[in-house]
Design a protein around this ligand. Structure first.
Ligand SMILES: Cc1cc2nc3c(=O)[nH]c(=O)nc-3n(C[C@H](O)[C@H](O)[C@H](O)COP(=O)(O)OP(=O)(O)OC[C@H]3O[C@@H](n4cnc5c(N)ncnc54)[C@H](O)[C@@H]3O)c2cc1C
Length: 401
C-alpha cells in the first residue's frame, strides 16, 4: 500500500533530524538521506527561543542542550561604541513558559544530540553520503532518486520532505518559487575569547549604528570564558580574504569596545544573507521545511528556530494523516507555517535589521527612543518579549484554518 512506503527526508540538518524524530515517535517509517558523510560542523545558528525549547523538550533534546548551553535571560540594544540603550528581561515570561530565557548553543552541538536520540530510539533508516538528486511523483507516492558511493538508485516514498537547506534540490525540482531578495552586504562573523561581560554586555546584544550595525552573542565554546561572536556588515565588492585580514577584524572589534591589547580572535568567516520564502510549503506529496522553505537575516535569531517549528507542525499533521485523517492537513501545514514565516520571521528580521542600520540619525534616534519607552513599560516590554521570542507569531499562525 502506498501509505506504508516510508517518508523520505532530504537533509540531516536540525530540521531534517527533528522531522525524523517526530515521525519515528509516531511509528512512521523514515529514510533520512544526508549528502555529506557525517553531520556538518560549520558555525551557524546558536540562539534558541522559549517555544523551540518547549517543542524539543518531550524528545529529551532540551534537557541535554541545557547541560552545555548558556541561559540568556537579558538581552540588550546598544550603540557604537557599546553604550547601553535598552535592556529586556525574559524573566517577565516566567508565568507562561518553563524556559523564560534564550539558550545559546551552537547548531553543531544540537545535531549530534538529535542524531544520538534518533539512533537510540531505533527504527530510522539513516543514510549519510546519500544525496537526493531528483524525484518524480504521482497521486500515490514519490520516486526519489538518490546517489550513494557513485551509484544511483530510486527509493519509493509515500512523502518526501525537503529539509535540504537554502539551496534545496527538492525545492528546485518541485518548481516552487523561492521569492524574495538578497541583502547587498556581506556579513563578517568573528569570535573572540574576550569577555564583553566585563563591560556590562548581556550575553546577547544588538548594536545599532548607521555604518556598522551588528549582533554580539556569547556561545559556550570548550569551556569558560566561552566565545563572544560578533556579526557585522561589510562591503560585498571586497574579497573574503581582504575582509578577514587580521587588522580589519581587529579594527571592527576595537570600534565596538576599545581596549589596549589586541583581541584574541579564534574564528572568522563571511556569509551572504537572503530574505526568501517558498511560494508554498507543499507541492503534491513533497513538503518543504527549514531553510529549504525560508531564509532570513540573523537579527533576531529566527532561522533555525523556525525550522524546528516547521518540523513539529508538519510531522504532527503528517502523523494524523498517516493514521487516517485527511491529507488536507498538509495544506494547513503550508498555510500556517508560511504565514508564520512571512508575518513573523520575515517582517521582524527585516525590521530589526532596518532599525539597527538606519542611516538617518534623526530616524534612528526616534526608533530607539520608542524602544527605550517599550523597555521601561512592563506591559509593553512583555508584549515585545512575546513577539521577539516568537510566541505571539506562533500562536497567531497556529490559529489559521
Ligand atoms: C553564519 C550563520 C549564522 C546563523 N545564525 C543563526 C542564529 O543565530 N539563529 C538562527 O535561528 N538561525 C541562524 N542561522 C540560520 C540557521 O543556521 C539555519 O536556519 C539552519 O541551519 C537551518 O537548518 P536546516 O536543517 O533547515 O538546514 P541546514 O542546516 O542547511 O541543513 C540541510 C542539510 O541538508 C543537506 N543536504 C543538502 N542538499 C542535500 C541533498 N541534495 N540530499 C541530501 N542532503 C542534502 C546538507 O548537507 C545539510 O546537512 C544562521 C546561519 C548562518 C549561515
Amino acid at each position: 500500500m502506498a501509505e506504508r512506503r516510508p517518508v523520505v527526508i532530504a537533509g540531516a540538518g536540525p530540521t531534517g533530524l527533528m522531522c525524523a524524530l517526530a515521525l519515528r515517535r509516531q511509528d512512521i517509517p523514515v529514510v533520512l538521506c544526508e549528502a555529506e558523510p557525517g553531520l556538518t560542523h560549520d558555525l551557524r545558528a546558536g540562539a534558541f527561543h522559549p517555544p523551540t525549547l518547549e517543542m524539543m523538550a518531550p524528545y529529551g533534546i532540551t534537557e541535554r542542550m541545557l547541560i552545555d548551553g548558556i541561559k540568556v535571560r537579558r538581552w540588550q540594544i546598544r550603540n557604537k561604541p557599546g553604550d547601553l540603550i535598552a535592556e529586556f528581561d525574559l524573566g517577565l515570561l516566567a508565568d507562561i513558559t518553563p524556559f523564560p530565557h534564550r539558550l545559546h548553543l551552537e547548531q553543531h552541538r544540537l545535531t549530534p544530540i538529535q542524531l544520538d536520540i534518533l539512533k537510540s530510539e531505533g527504527g530510522a533508516d539513516i543514510r549519510f553520503g546519500c544525496k537526493i538528486t531528483g524525484f518524480t511523483q504521482s497521486a500515490h507516492g514519490v520516486s526519489v532518486a538518490i546517489e550513494r558511493n557513485g551509484e544511483s538508485e530510486t527509493v519509493e516514498a509515500s512523502w518526501l520532505i525537503g529539509a535540504d537547506g537554502g539551496r534545496s534540490v527538492v525545492r528546485k525540482v518541485s518548481g516552487v518559487e523561492f521569492e524574495g531578495f538578497t541583502w547587498p552586504e556581506t556579513f563578517v562573523v568573528a569570535s573572540t575569547i574576550h569577555d564583553f561581560g566585563e563591560q556590562g554586555f548581556a550575553y546577547n546584544c544588538y548594536i545599532a549604528d548607521p555604518t556598522e550595525f551588528g549582533a554580539l552573542f556569547k556561545l559556550p565554546h570548550d569551556g569558560p570564558p566561552g566565545l563572544w561572536r560578533l556579526a557585522y556588515p561589510a562591503n560585498p565588492d571586497e574579497s573574503d580574504e581582504a575582509l578577514l585580514e587580521a587588522p580589519r577584524v581587529e579594527a571592527a572589534l576595537q570600534r565596538l569596545v576599545q581596549k589596549p591589547e589586541p583581541y584574541d580572535v579564534v574564528y572568522k568567516s563571511t556569509y551572504r544573507v537572503h530574505q526568501r520564502v517558498a511560494a508554498a510549503f507543499r507541492a503534491g506529496r513533497v513538503l518543504l521545511a527549514g531553510d529549504a522553505a525560508h531564509l532570513n537575516n540573523p537579527l533576531g535569531g529566527f532561522g533555525l528556530n523556525s525550522g524546528i517549528h516547521d518540523a513539529i507542525n508538519l510531522c504532527d499533521k503528517l502523523g494524523h494523516h498517516w493514521h487516517g485523517e485527511s491529507e488536507d492537513l498538509l495544506d494547513l501545514y503550508s498555510r500556517q507555517r508560511r504565514a508564520a514565516t512571512v508575518e513573523q520571521v520575515q517582517a521582524m528580521s527585516i525590521r530589526n535589521k532596518q532599525m539597527m542600520e538606519e542611516r538617518d540619525p534623526a530616524v534612528q534616534r526616534a526608533r530607539l527612543t520608542e524602544l527605550i519607552a517599550v523597555a521601561a513599560d512592563p506591559a509593553k516590554a512583555r508584549q515585545h518579549m512575546l513577539n521577539t521570542s516568537m510566541i505571539s507569531g506562533l500562536k497567531r499562525a497556529n490559529e489559521i484554518q
